[in-house]
Design a protein around this ligand. Structure first.
Ligand code: XMP
Length: 510
């Protein structure tokens, strides 16, 4: 990838959005920690730099500051919120605590036209979230626009340095995306050449060069990321790629068969299926603690995968479906966040396997992976599938997991999904699934008393799975789903709907 924009992260909750919005304009953007050294920046040779917002005040003792030499690189710089305050402070202007914190929508008025504001009306709505503000602009800078309470846009013509008090990356800023597009296309003069097709072309070349004629193995979970990885790798290296799919017995109804047939029939990519239901269920016997379940599943998965992988004697590489947010998480300045659940991902495969790691999706956000998948011919229904946790249905059968309970859950889950699809709600919902509770209740069917299991239905809307709202499924659909489950699934005689959001709940029940 030749042209890029660097986004320096000063801790704003919106930093990722800046990179995403720039990429949506067809220009590649990469996030780095605020303290990246000038030498590293030079190596990356960006065409422009964006300084993100952040929670600090520039005068705080420990406030984050970038390497000052970035202002001497002779490339355009855009500071957003805290980024603007850094610029003001560095060039000798004055930043002060605003008398009142400005949060939410504000009217922005342009009073000097520069290319940053091309095609943007004199007055528009912007999104503010700050307490400090610019009181005095530095020498050599001009004011470009204001809101009622603050100087909201400044620039230095000679150095091509811009600062905005509001957040153009946030959806509520009416012309925010246009402002970012003007910055990267007109001011940084980047070509519009970042898209799924160009990504695939460059990656295919990169993978070929990296791997040469060595062999590669890949654990195919059946999720979107590993599937897209596999198709991309196969495009690059063909038969040097060996895909292994482990059927843990904890998958949704017919899921493993679907994955195998997608690969064999649709893509003509060989895939080795390992039927491992028995070993997983044996090891899960009598286990009820959620964390214990996760650990057993994770370890068993790794063990089986290592066994299979070792049969490919010439394999030198292991593919991992790491995505960009995982990369940023591990490098950027983040406060310590407690582990609420230990997530089992195929990505956790151990170093001791002595394989080199290749991560073809590490530059991408999830929505970009989907676009790449579509471009590679992965069917739409597969790309749009709801996320599915690594430990599978084991964490949706609450309490002890066994084959019988898994079968009951699979049937109920399939009915729920079918009804949501029929109602055209599937794509609006982040995740919908059934949970089988270890609780029996009394019911009556026909003239018979029943004493069977309770099934809970869960559906949430979310952007990234970090927070979620319970989804307001219309009553008729809940009604039909509950009726069908009770009538069609032997073993369930009561259905309840989960109305907990996240936080305080998590999406999964275990
Ligand atoms: P929670 O339940 O923590 O879930 O609110 C957030 C998202 O993560 C998924 N999830 C997992 N994904 N391995 C995964 O790959 C796991 O162990 C795991 N646990 C939860 C969950 O389905 C939701 O999308």
């Amino acid at each position: 990838m030749n042209e890029k924009i660097l986004v320096l992260d000063f801790g704003s909750q919106y930093t990722q959005l800046i990179a995403r919005k720039i990429r949506e304009c067809g220009v590649f953007a990469e996030i780095h920690p605020f303290n990246i050294s000038i030498d590293e920046i030079k190596k990356l040779s960006p065409k422009g730099i964006v300084l993100s917002g952040g929670p600090s005040s520039v005068y705080d003792d420990n406030s984050p500051h970038p390497d000052k030499n970035i202002f001497e690189l002779n490339i355009p710089i855009l500071g957003i919120c805290y980024g603007l305050q850094l610029i003001t402070n560095y060039f000798g202007g004055k930043v002060d605590k605003a008398a009142k914190r400005e949060y939410g929508r504000a009217k922005f008025k342009i009073f000097k036209r520069v290319p940053l504001f091309d095609e943007i009306p004199e007055e528009s709505t912007v999104w503010m979230s700050h307490s400090d503000r610019v009181e005095e602009i530095p020498k050599g800078f001009e004011i470009l626009g204001t809101t009622e309470n603050s100087i909201s846009a400044i620039y230095n013509k000679e150095k091509e340095i811009y600062g905005l008090q509001f957040h153009p990356e946030v959806h509520h800023t009416e012309f925010g995306k246009k402002i970012l597009e003007n910055f990267v296309r007109k001011i940084c003069r980047c070509e519009e050449n970042w898209n799924a097709k160009s990504f695939i072309e460059t990656q295919v070349e990169t993978i070929k060069n990296k791997v040469g004629n060595e062999e590669v193995i890949l654990a195919l979970s059946g999720g979107v990321d590993s599937t897209v990885c596999a198709v991309l790798m196969h495009k690059a290296i063909g038969e040097q790629l060996h895909c292994i799919h482990i059927d843990t017995g904890l998958m949704r109804l017919n899921e493993s068969q679907q994955v195998v047939s997608l690969f064999k029939q649709h893509f003509h990519i060989p895939i080795k299926l390992i039927e491992a239901e028995e070993i997983f269920l044996t090891r899960l016997k009598n286990i009820t603690d959620p964390e214990a379940k996760r650990k057993i599943i994770g370890q068993t998965f790794i063990e089986l995968f290592e066994q299979e992988a070792s049969k490919f004697k010439n394999a030198k590489w292991l593919v991992q479906g790491t995505l960009y947010p995982d990369v940023i998480e591990s490098t950027t300045v983040k406060g310590p966040s407690a582990t609420i659940k230990s997530h089992h991902n195929v990505g956790g495969l151990p170093e001791k396997m002595n394989l080199k790691i290749i991560e073809p999706l590490r530059e991408l956000f999830k929505d970009e992976v989907r676009k790449v998948g579509l471009e590679l011919g992965v069917p739409n229904w597969f790309i749009e599938r709801h996320p599915f946790p690594g430990p599978g249905l084991a964490i949706r059968v609450i309490g002890e997991v066994n084959k019988e309970r898994l079968e009951i859950l699979r049937k109920a889950d399939a009915i729920f999904i079918e009804e949501i699809q029929k109602a055209n709600l599937y794509n609006e919902i982040w995740q919908a699934f059934a949970v089988l509770l270890p609780v029996k209740t009394v019911g009556v069917m026909g003239d018979e008393r029943t004493y069977e299991n309770v099934c809970a239905l869960r559906a949430v809307s979310s952007i990234d799975g970090m927070t979620a709202d319970w989804f307001k499924i219309p009553y008729e659909i809940l009604d039909r789903t509950a009726n069908r489950i009770i009538n069609e699934v032997i073993g369930i005689n009561r259905v309840v709907y989960d109305i907990t959001s996240k936080p305080p709940g998590t999406i999964e029940w275990e």
